[in-house]
Every structure is written in structure tokens, then in C-alpha cells.
Write a protein that binds this ligand. Structure first.
Ligand code: ADP
Length: 330
């Protein structure tokens, strides 16, 4: 995330120091005024011959009142200064926190626009190229025709998936209704794993599903999206040779635990809590090489929450990430 310019910190430091300095100055001036008042009183009492010896002066009622007033004033100045510095620091903290949030939201928006533009443009360009080839060379060999039309279909699938993710994430924030039915979660994992192996040719996937697991009551499209997103991410962020281990087990009487471990780039600790945010992607769009929109983990988290489940993210050893999902079963 972008930081505030150093000059802002310098100005705040200056303001706080200036307040401190003015408070000290005020305390000193008050002390000087007090000393002058005491001297004046001592002279007046001596002139009026109300005291015989200088040591008697400190015992007089007038001196006691003067000192009490001085101490009250000193406490008042200190209290006020402290309150001012505290409220100023508090106000500035809140102001900067909001400013940082705004900066981060603007940056995410920019990242999202850049990535979505890229994600939309590249399949469209691919399809256009294929259609142009068909138009220009009418007598294409059947094998080539098949290859080109398969590619075009894959590109339209990519576009459809993107539009579906956008729609789903918009719905999840307002009106998404779970369409509950009995689901064999192990079946979903196996199907998604088979698809990921086909899509990411270099990937090795180890699937370990405990037999006779209880069914769960859930939303099939939603849970399919969870499974596909986590497995695809594991393959996408572990290039060039993804090795993915996924296990599904019973976790006590009331839940099942699904784990996905990869050997990829991993996610730094500072980013772990932020990857669930809509459009959030680790790094910067200008330097990032992996395609994506930052919607996947947002969708995953929302759907798991709606099923009363939980998701954890930790580091894999020696490298990579571990996503662990807990889902309640019947
Ligand atoms: P996308 O993959 O479209 O960018 P996601 O919401 O699925 O969006 O993920 C958000 C970010 O979290 C990704 O941009 C990536 O930086 C990081 N991430 C997700 N899964 C993994 C993973 N298995 N390994 C490393 N980084 C990951």
C-alpha cells in the first residue's frame, strides 16, 4: 500500500513538539510570575511591618493562598496541554487512518480496472483473431478448424467465468440466497480436481478423500465455486510445477475439514488477512504476472460464511500456502 508523504509526518511531529514547547514555556512564565508576586508580597508585608523576620513570611496566610493559586494554575496548564496533545494525536490518527483507507480503496479500484480490462480484452482479442482466420481462409483443414474452434470456446468459457464471478460477488453483498440441497462434498472436490488437472497440464494433484463422509446441506453452485477457486489458485500461484495436496476428512461429529496445500509463492503474513477483500490482489498490477481479478477469495469467504463454516490460511513447509476449510455436516 502507498504510504503518506514524509512531509506529513514531519508536520505532525512539528505540531506535537510545538505544543509541548509552548506548554513548557507557559509553565515557566507562570512560575516567573509567581516568584514576582511572592517578592512583591514579601516587600509589602515587610513595609507594613506585618512580619518581623524573613522566615515568618512563608507562614503567612497570604503566602499560602498565593502558592495554592500557583499550584492550581500549573496543574491546569499541564492538564490542558496533555488534553490538547492527546486530542490532537487522536484526531490526526483517525484522519490518517481514514486517508489510508481511501488511498488503499482507490489503489484497489485502479488494480481492479487494470486487471478486469486485461481479463476482458485478451479473450476477446483471441476470439476475434480466430474469427478473422476463419473469414480469410475459408478452406481450413478440419484439424485446424477443430483446434481453432476449441480455443475460441475456451476463451468464451473464460469470459463467462469472469462475468459469473462479477455477478456472484455483486449478489453476495446484497441478495444471495443459498439454494440448499444435500451434497456429497467429496464428489465436488474430486470433480474440480479432475478439471484442474486438465486445465493446468503441468500440475500434480494428490487427492485424499476419507470414505463414507456424511453429506452436507448446502448451495451447490456456491460450494463448487469455493472448491474450484481454491484448487485453481493453488495451481495458478505454484507455477511452473504445481504440486497440490488436497485432503477431505471428518473433523469430529459435526464438521468436515477440507485442506488444500500448494508449493507456490505463499502469501506474506501482512497480506493474509487482506486477501479476502473484494478485488484485493497481492502486489501491484503493473508488476504482477498472474491473471486474475481479486474476486476469487472474496467469493470463497462469503460463501463459506453463509454456510456457517470457517476458512484458515497458513504457510506450507518449506514453501506455499495451506487453505483449510471447516464446514458443518448433517
Ligand atoms: P485472483 O486470483 O483473481 O487474483 P483471488 O481473490 O483468488 O484473486 O486471490 C487474491 C490474491 O491472493 C491473489 O491475487 C494472490 O496474490 C493471492 N493468492 C490466492 N491464492 C493463492 C495461493 N494459493 N498462493 C499464493 N497466493 C495466492
Amino acid at each position: 500500500m502507498r504510504r503518506l508523504p514524509p512531509i506529513s509526518y514531519a508536520i505532525i511531529a512539528y505540531m506535537l513538539l510545538a505544543f509541548g514547547w509552548w506548554s513548557i514555556l507557559l509553565l515557566r512564565k507562570n512560575e516567573e510570575a509567581h516568584v514576582a508576586r511572592v517578592d512583591k508580597l514579601a516587600i509589602e508585608l515587610a513595609v507594613q511591618q506585618q512580619i518581623q523576620r524573613p522566615s515568618d513570611f512563608r507562614k503567612t496566610e497570604n503566602y499560602r493562598l498565593l502558592t495554592a493559586r500557583f499550584e492550581r494554575q500549573q496543574r491546569m496548564i499541564l492538564g490542558e496541554a496533555l488534553l490538547l496533545i492527546l486530542s490532537l494525536s487522536g484526531g490526526l490518527y483517525l484522519l490518517f487512518r481514514n486517508l489510508r483507507k481511501e488511498i488503499s480503496a482507490a489503489e484497489q479500484q485502479r488494480n481492479f480496472l487494470l486487471s478486469i480490462t486485461h481479463e476482458l480484452k485478451s479473450p476477446l482479442a483471441g476470439i476475434r483473431l480466430i474469427l478473422e482466420t476463419f473469414q480469410r481462409r475459408r478452406e481450413l483443414k478440419p484439424e485446424l478448424q477443430l483446434k481453432l474452434s476449441t480455443n475460441a470456446l475456451a476463451e468464451t468459457d473464460r469470459l463467462t467465468a469472469l462475468v459469473n464471478d462479477l455477478l456472484l460477488s455483486a449478489k453476495l453483498e446484497s441478495m444471495y440466497q443459498l439454494n440448499r440441497e444435500e451434497i456429497d462434498f467429496g464428489g465436488l472436490v474430486q470433480d474440480a480436481a479432475d478439471r484442474v488437472v486438465l486445465k493446468y497440464r503441468g500440475a500434480t494433484l494428490h487427492v485424499d478423500i476419507e470414505p463414507d463422509l456424511p453429506l452436507l446441506t448446502g448451495d451447490r453452485p456456491g460450494l463448487t465455486s469455493v472448491v474450484v477457486n481454491l484448487l485453481e489458485n493453488a495451481a495458478k500461484y505454484s507455477q511452473p510445477h504445481p504440486v497440490i495436496h488436497t485432503t477431505l476428512q471428518r473433523g469430529g461429529e459435526t464438521e468436515i475439514v477440507w485442506t488444500v496445500k500448494d508449493n507456490g509463492t505463499g502469501i506474506p503474513d501482512g497480506e493474509k488477512s487482506r486477501v479476502w477483500t473484494k478485488f484485493y490482489r497481492v502486489g501491484n498490477e503493473d508488476t504482477r504476472t498472474t491473471k486474475g481479478t481479486g474476486l476469487g477469495l472474496f467469493i470463497v469467504k462469503q460463501i463459506i460464511d453463509k454456510h456457517g463454516g470457517q476458512i484458515e490460511l497458513t504457510d506450507n513447509q518449506p514453501r506455499g500456502s495451506v487453505f483449510r476449510v471447516y464446514l458443518p455436516v448433517n
